[in-house]
Design a protein around this ligand. Structure first.
Ligand code: AYL
Length: 523
């Protein structure tokens, strides 16, 4: 039997994300919606709404409207939020780009998504211009938020006297195209509608005690769906204050939490390691923290308990996936007693089941099965990729996550394994297929396969199995790692290399990752 969420269904208003978030701020209009943690600069809800309207008007003047895709390649700042919602308010679609991307990776996303405009910041401009040139976008189409010679700036956009265009988007229209590799292959545009995003906000609303008194730390990037929904948009929805950080730095992280008295901190597991172990944590007054919430990769319960004890706060875990907008399961604030290895209950309106990947049969409590999820937060599909969509979404509307879980009689889910190709490095996606394709472009490499392995700290890292070309005995592991590192974002680096005679493959030529994993386990 499919497991229904133990929570009553929530209503999902049939409105755009803008209409859902930007209505009637009431007495909160003058309160800080966003604080730039680095500079202390503040934007109130009313100011943010004003900026969003101006940006939408200026984009409309530039011919951007319904169905157009605009890329956003920038670190977390209050301005990111204004631009994100300005694009949506212009009836257009945001494709959010990983800040670490190389020009090649950015160019791929720009062309695949068909972006007409690219927002960036001056420190990213070299990469942005190189990618724009590669896909034929002119400098006019590259807007530099903080300004740069020859480019429109945010200030220029805000100077418009035009009115924002009429809102024509509906809840069913695409709002964002974040990129995810899903269960197989390279990164693909994940089509998330306004309804998906509004639904997930309504669904998580009943799980966490987030109010208009809450200060949320946004150190996880807004370009990733975790930062986008759970930090940025949940903060706006609840009229909380979101304190932004452009990148992770432990001292800055601790200073900002302590100085702004942040109560709710969303992290990925590697941050928990620092919080549990690093000596400098004791130098900061962190008594303001109520909840640390971990997602994006498995949190070790012992580590979580060590953090809770050291900081005197509640530690919770949730599970999600870009394709789920992203949350489907989480521990509610009022159940810190749940096993911290688990990711809690299905959130409202979510139905899940666990299916034996071998037999296709549903399994019961205590048994392992692939997690399938159905609900209003499930993506409508992958952009330009009907084949990947068809293997991920079934006819009944279940999304096959590629993660293996167990469930208790009480409906508490625990993620125990992954059957998909995806590797997670510090919570970031590393698609093996992309690394394999890149490795094959090396003239001394005859064949290659990549899987995730655990390093000495227990962190998942990409490992490449490489078959040398016949006359290439001189090819070293360092050569291979350097070749990859020069061409891709740092989180996708190959961190272990093993030379091998042959890559195990099925009769149809598919890499037998299971065999490679077994080989790894045997060593
Ligand atoms: P993507 N435990 C184990 N694996 C996890 C967990 C978890 N708690 N959360 C995410 N994953 C893995 O698209 C899993 O393999 O989205 C899943 O398929 O970058 C994959 O990460 C999805 O990676 C929240 C809010 C989690 C956000 C998220 C992160 C979504 C990451 C929980 O409450």
């Amino acid at each position: 039997m499919p497991v229904r969420s133990p929570y009553p269904d929530v209503e999902i208003p049939d409105v755009s994300l803008f209409d859902f978030l930007f209505t009637d701020f009431g007495e909160k209009a003058g309160a800080p919606a966003l604080i730039d943690g680095s500079s202390g600069a503040t934007i109130t809800f009313a100011e943010l709404e004003g900026m969003v309207g101006k940006i939408a008007a200026a984009l409309a003047e530039r011919g951007i409207g319904a169905g157009d895709v605009v890329a956003l390649f920038a670190p977390n700042t209050p301005h990111y939020v204004a631009v994100f919602h300005g694009i949506l308010r212009a009836n257009a679609i945001v494709t959010s780009v990983n800040s670490l991307y190389t020009p090649g990776e950015l160019a791929h996303q720009l062309s695949d998504s068909g972006a007409k405009l690219l927002f960036t910041v001056s420190p990213f401009l070299d990469r942005a211009r190189a990618a724009a040139a590669e896909v034929g976008l002119s400098n006019d189409a590259v807007i530099v938020l903080d300004g740069a010679e020859g480019h429109t700036s945010l200030r220029d956009l805000l100077a418009t006297t035009a009115q924002p265009p009429a809102q024509t988007v509906t809840a069913a229209d695409t709002a964002v195209l974040p990129y995810s590799s899903g269960t197989t292959g390279r990164a693909k545009g994940v089509i998330l509608t306004h309804r998906n995003l509004v639904a997930n906000l309504q669904q998580i609303s009943v799980m966490g005690d987030v109010t208009n008194d809450t200060k949320i730390l946004a150190v996880l990037p807004f370009f990733h769906i975790y930062g986008m929904t759970v930090m940025m948009n949940q903060g706006l929805h609840k009229r909380s204050t979101v304190v932004t950080m452009p990148r992770f730095d432990l001292q800055e992280f601790l200073r900002i939490i302590s100085e702004y008295r942040v109560g709710r901190v969303y992290i990925a597991p590697p941050v928990a390691v620092a919080l549990a172990k690093h000596p400098i944590v004791d130098q900061y007054d962190l008594t303001c923290i109520d909840v640390i919430f971990s997602g994006a990769a498995p949190l070790d319960a012992e580590l979580g308990h060590a953090v809770a004890k050291r900081l005197g706060c509640t530690v919770l875990q949730g599970y999600g996936m870009t394709e789920l907008s992203p949350v489907s399961h989480c521990m509610p604030d009022d159940r810190p007693d749940l096993d911290l290895n688990s990711c809690g209950f299905a959130i409202p309106n979510v139905v899940s089941k666990l299916v034996d990947p071998e037999t296709g049969e549903e399994v019961g409590p205590g048994e392992r099965g692939e997690l399938w999820v159905k609900g209003p937060n499930v993506m409508s599909g992958y952009l330009n990729n009907a084949e990947a969509t068809a293997i991920t979404l079934d006819d009944e509307g279940y999304l096959h996550t590629g993660d293996v879980a167990t469930v208790t009689e009480d409906g508490v889910f625990t993620i125990v394994d992954r059957v998909k190709e995806l590797i997670k490095y510090k919570g970031y996606q590393v698609p093996p297929a992309e690394l394999e394709a890149l490795l094959l472009t090396h003239d001394k490499i005859a064949d290659a396969a990549v899987i995730g392995v655990r390093d000495a700290e227990g962190e998942e890292v990409p490992k490449a199995f490489v078959v040398r070309q016949e006359n290439a005995a001189d090819l070293t592991a360092d050569d291979v790692m350097a070749f990859v590192a020069e061409r891709i974002a740092p989180h996708k680096k190959v961190r272990v290399v093993e030379f091998i005679d042959q890559i195990p493959k099925s009769a149809s030529g598919k890499i037998l990752r299971k065999d490679l994993r077994a080989r790894e386990a045997a060593t």
